[in-house]
Design a protein around this ligand. Sequence first.
Ligand code: URA
Length: 231
Amino acid sequence: MRLDRILANAGLGSRPEVQRLIRAGRVRVGGEPVRDPTRHADPLAVAVDDEPLDHPTGVTVALHKPVGYVCSHTGEEGDTVYELLPATWGLRLPRPEAVGRLDRETSGLLIVTDDHALLHRLTSPKHHVTKTYLATLARPVEDDLIESFASGTLVLRGETEACRPAAVQLLDPRTAEVSLTEGRYHQVRRMFAACGNHVEALQRTAVAGCRLGDLAPGTWRDVDPAELSAA
Ligand code: URA
């Protein structure tokens, strides 16, 4: 790929801006200064001001979304999850995007990627990717709720098509781990509501084999694609 395109795709500026960087002699390829923006290079060999490029081959990360943040690029609805990531990522091409959305009041694992084939695989309704949530409930979970979630017959308010079977594991009477293989609007909260319970707190703990683990709220880590292999 051309050097100017590599730098522009990495979020370092517009084509004219990065061409100026290159002509100023601030860019090296394999340690050698290169002043020709049209030169082709391996992104892994490129350095600007002696710093290797940030994520030269693309971005796929796990972000611990805190409560209170929205999964949107515009700040119209409040703080956005993209503010928790490096500002240059907003200029990268392709731009990293959250894989699906979590409500403002839900915390936990959000995959952010610029690999649009991966994004499609993780969000397509055809792929039935498993997502796991930890729900804190207002009332103890009854056996018939667990059966109803597992039955494949639970219909959400305002809908006609039943939810796919969802597994519930009780950690204590008011704390449940729920695994879904679809992603409808506010699905976990609405499934509990459909059974007469109420979700007081919700955290996503896993997506397609990738686990939140002990990632601190508001921080992110790189994800090895193998972690998402269950997708
Ligand atoms: N289900 C919900 O209710 N909220 C989310 O953010 C995700 C799943």
